[in-house]
Design a protein around this ligand. Structure first.
Ligand SMILES: [Zn+2]
Length: 250
C-alpha cells in the first residue's frame, strides 16, 4: 500500500486533523527513492527577533511539555511575515460580515506582536486561511454521538517552488461563535497555527483546552511556550534533499 502510494502520488500532501492523527498521505516526485530518507534532518531556525526580544518579567513558566512535535518536528514558521487570508463570509449581511472579519483580525493583531504576520488578499498565497464555516462533526472513540465543534485547525504540507518543505494551515470557525467567543476562538486556534500544537492545563491561558466564560488574552505563559517551540528543531522551512519525502504512518 505504501509503495503504491509512493509510486502514484506526485504531490506532497499530509493532513492531520486536530490532535488525532488521521490521514497521512505520502508523496513523492517519481521515481520514488528510499522511504526512509525524508527531508533534511530537523534543525532549529534562528529565533525571530520578536520572540528573541520577549522577556517574561513575571516568570510565569510555560506549558511546552504539552506541545506535540509531529513527524517533521515542530510546526514553526521560518519565512516572515506569515501570510494570513481571512475569507469574507457570504451567508450573512455585509455589516455582520464586517464585524466577523474585524473580530478575527483583532486576534491576528494580538499575535502579530510576537510573530510578524501580514493579512493578504489572495487565498492562494496564504500560509494560514481562516474561514467562517462549521467544522465537520466529530465522533469520539468512546461515544457514537457526533459532537459539534466550535473550531477546527488543520495543516497540510507541500514542497515550495524553491524546494523547501512547507506547511499551510486552515482554521474553520463555527458560525455559532460571535462576540468575545469568536475573538477567543480565533486567538486560540491561531495559537495552534503559529506552532503551539497542544493545550494549556490552565484556564488563564489562551490555549487552555476548553472554552471559558471570560476568555483571557494571550498570556505570558502562551508566549513563553511559543518561544520555546521556535527554539526547537524542524524539517519545515529546510530544503527537501531527495525528490521524495515520506512520513511513516503512525
Ligand atoms: Zn485547541
Amino acid at each position: 500500500m505504501t509503495s503504491l502510494a509512493l509510486a502514484m502520488s506526485t504531490a506532497l500532501l499530509i493532513i492531520l486533523t486536530n490532535f488525532q492523527s488521521s490521514a497521512i498521505l505520502i508523496t513523492s516526485s517519481s521515481p520514488p527513492s528510499s522511504p526512509s530518507s525524508p527531508s533534511s534532518p530537523p534543525k532549529p531556525h534562528p529565533l525571530p527577533p520578536t520572540l528573541a526580544q520577549w522577556q517574561d518579567s513575571t516568570n510565569s513558566g510555560d506549558y511546552f511539555s504539552q506541545v506535540n512535535p509531529i513527524q517533521v518536528g515542530y510546526l514553526v514558521w521560518s519565512q516572515f511575515p506569515v501570510r494570513v487570508y481571512v475569507e469574507p463570509p457570504q451567508a450573512i449581511n455585509s455589516k455582520q460580515a464586517q464585524q466577523w472579519v474585524n473580530a478575527v483580525l483583532q486576534a491576528v493583531q494580538e499575535w502579530n506582536v510576537y510573530l510578524p504576520l501580514t493579512v493578504i488578499k489572495q487565498a492562494e498565497d496564504a500560509d494560514i486561511i481562516i474561514m467562517r464555516k462549521a467544522p465537520p462533526l466529530q465522533t469520539s472513540p468512546n461515544s457514537k454521538i457526533p459532537r459539534a465543534r466550535s473550531a477546527q485547525t488543520t495543516y497540510e504540507f507541500y514542497v515550495s517552488k524553491n524546494n523547501l518543505l512547507s506547511h499551510r494551515f486552515t482554521i474553520l470557525l463555527s458560525p455559532s461563535q460571535t462576540g468575545q467567543y469568536l475573538l477567543a476562538a480565533t486567538r486560540h486556534e491561531f495559537g495552534h497555527a503559529l506552532g503551539i500544537w497542544g493545550h494549556s492545563p490552565q484556564p488563564s491561558d489562551a490555549l487552555y483546552f476548553s472554552q471559558v466564560r471570560n476568555p483571557p488574552p494571550i498570556s505570558p505563559r502562551d508566549v513563553n511556550t511559543l518561544k520555546r517551540v521556535y527554539e526547537q528543531p524542524t524539517s519545515l522551512g529546510w530544503s527537501v534533499q531527495e525528490k521524495s519525502v515520506s512520513i511513516p504512518l503512525k
